[in-house]
Design a protein around this ligand. Structure first.
Ligand SMILES: [Zn+2]
Length: 586
């Protein structure tokens, strides 16, 4: 029992770095423990790191390390809280502990978790009772992940957010949104984080945010890895242990929490949908590594201090649950890894099924349409003097868009280094061939795809990708990389390598060079060759004649007819639209 002893102590810690006054009051007994943040300011990155460095210097249970670099060259830190089990992944695992990983400041305009984590660290280090939460768990905190974003301070980039007075910017030094970067890994930040996650392999990944969207009474919106696409063993732990404990913990402290949602139309009463976290997002990515993903999304209109305190309590509730059920969590992860090695049909391209509607209890505010002072047109207004308790339509079932049959292995030609490097970040088992090897492979040709009209996170994303398969006997070359399946990373590998997956490297444009034809013909020269080809190939002639008969426009287009013959001849380049990563079938 963590809060069994009746004791009361008040700490007022004047942080030397500034206006923020951290008031921590710890009350045990009949009153729930409270470590409270007050004020409306958040420290600068340098101040945050200085504070953790001080913990590192002065406390036995803490260590601050550098794990890599931001795109601007700034160091990214990790603060490890571990009660007597050392400060390396090996020593912590050897002590039988699980790991809770907290990433703050991925969107530095949403700094709630930066302050909540400072308070969490202080609370755990100052209180023997709270340190008990680390009996079965170590906590790894990334104090500020998007350091270059955190350095771009202003008071204005979050137009609708209620504090703090000044904060960082969403994009990093390359203007990348790091919570869309978990597959393509364009940024140093992402490469740093994925390598660190691979080394530490946390059991629960917790990331801190502030939500936009509709107004309501809840201070916290809880976003989890979507359960429908999570491994069944992890889903059971998440739905039966973790999420109920988080809701209980918040309820006991008078903090209202609802699931993270998007409004289907204009106001919640018209329906809310859940969110499917694709692989580009942290929770979607972590689910592919058999980790439960949690996002705290405090509500933008609530005062900053209330949001920080709610974030802290959600962290403590998560930690409490992990500490109470360590063996169950271990077992669920072991089972999930074993399941992942044996999944032969991988479901992908998930989306919310809006035809499946449930009722969600909802604490909102009355809404009205009034005339806009700006446009003269109707505008929406929430009336905070009229809280409502209603049921709203809730759509949170997800379905997959397609399934991928797992091959025996993938063969990545040596030339495609970016994708090989990306797989290495996750320590995907692979073999670099040292001599020629012949194998039966499935080749995918890109039939069609849609292109985005404007860039998204530095890429013109492809969507609606269709492929056709053909089988070949293929000679693999020394230096090519063979990625054998049958590992816990299979699902991640398929999401990256299968071109039809929405976050595949093909979809992000890394294979765009195969979409361009390199060689052409001069029509006056090719006329004679084409005539000769038709004479020698009756089957080609029959197809050509049928096309002319069926398509009047084609029959009138001399160039199109020559190109048709060119495309069906040995002159046409074999690599055009041929996806270079091969599926090895045996
Ligand atoms: Zn965010």
């Amino acid at each position: 029992m963590i809060f069994g002893e009746r004791r009361c102590c008040i700490f007022v810690v004047m942080l030397k770095y500034g206006v923020s006054v951290l008031i921590c009051s710890l009350v045990f007994g009949t009153v729930a423990a409270q470590w409270r943040f007050e004020g409306d300011s958040t420290p600068r990155w340098e101040q945050v790191i200085a504070r953790y460095a001080e913990f590192d210097r002065t406390r036995a249970g803490a260590e601050l390390i550098e794990i890599g670099k931001d795109d601007d060259g700034s160091p990214i830190h990790l603060f490890v809280l571990s009660d007597g089990s050392g400060f390396s992944p090996d020593s912590i695992r050897a002590a039988g502990k699980n790991i809770l990983w907290i990433t703050n400041g991925i969107h530095p305009g949403e700094p709630d978790g930066i302050d909540a984590s400072l308070l969490l660290a202080q609370a755990l280090l100052d209180s023997d009772q709270l340190m008990g939460l680390l009996t079965n768990t170590a906590v790894c905190i990334v104090p500020v992940y998007n350091v270059s974003g955190a350095k771009q301070r202003s008071s204005t980039s979050r137009a609708n957010q209620n504090g703090p007075a000044e904060y960082g910017f969403r994009g990093n030094a390359r203007n990348l949104d790091l919570n869309r970067d978990f597959i393509k890994a364009d940024s140093h930040n992402t490469r740093t984080l994925i390598a660190a996650l691979t080394a530490w392999d946390p059991d629960v990944y917790f990331e801190t945010h502030v939500s936009n969207g509709a107004d309501h009474q809840y201070v916290m919106e809880l976003l989890t890895t979507h359960p429908d696409k999570l491994d069944p063993a992890l889903r059971q732990f998440m739905e039966e242990r973790l999420v109920p404990r988080q809701y209980d913990w918040m309820r006991q402290r008078g903090l209202l929490m609802c699931p993270y949602f998007e409004t289907l139309q204009h106001v919640p009463e018209e329906g809310l949908t859940g969110f499917v976290d694709g692989p580009r997002y942290s929770t979607g990515y972590n689910a592919l590594r058999q980790r439960i993903g949690i996002l705290s999304e405090t509500h933008m209109l609530k005062p900053y201090a209330d949001r920080v305190n709610a974030t802290l309590q959600l962290m403590l509730g998560t930690l409490a649950c992990m500490n109470e059920h360590p063996q169950e969590l271990k077992k669920a992860r072991t089972e999930a890894r074993s399941n992942a090695m044996n999944v032969t049909l991988h479901a992908t391209n998930w989306s919310i099924d809006t035809s499946r509607v449930e009722a969600l209890d909802w604490k909102g505010y009355a809404t009205e349409q009034v005339q806009s002072e700006v446009t003269g047109l109707p505008r929406l207004r929430y009336d905070r003097n009229k809280p409502t308790v209603v049921k709203v339509p809730w759509m949170n079932s997800a379905g997959y868009g397609s399934q991928v049959q797992r091959p025996a292995a993938y063969l990545i030609p040596a030339a495609w280094k970016e994708v090989i490097d990306r797989l290495r970040l996750d320590a995907v088992p692979m073999e670099v061939l040292t001599q020629e090897r012949t194998g039966r492979v499935e080749v995918q040709r890109i039939l069609d795809h849609a292109d985005a009209r404007s860039p998204f996170e530095g890429h013109y994303l492809h969507s609606k990708i269709t492929t056709a398969s053909e089988w070949e006997t293929w000679v693999m070359q020394p230096g090519d990389v063979l990625v054998p399946m049958g590992h816990a990373t299979d699902a991640l590998v398929m999401e990256i390598l299968e071109p039809r997956c929405a976050d595949s490297f093909f979809a992000w444009g890394f294979f765009d060079s195969i979409l361009q034809q390199k060689e052409w013909f001069s029509d006056y020269v090719f006329e004679d060759i084409a005539a000769d080809l038709l004479k020698k190939d009756p089957a080609l002639k029959a197809t050509f004649d049928a096309e002319r008969a069926n398509d009047p426009a084609f029959a009138k287009d001399a160039w199109a007819q020559l190109y048709f013959i060119y495309r069906h001849s040995a002159y046409f380049e074999p690599g055009y639209r041929r996806y270079p990563v091969l599926r090895v079938m045996d």
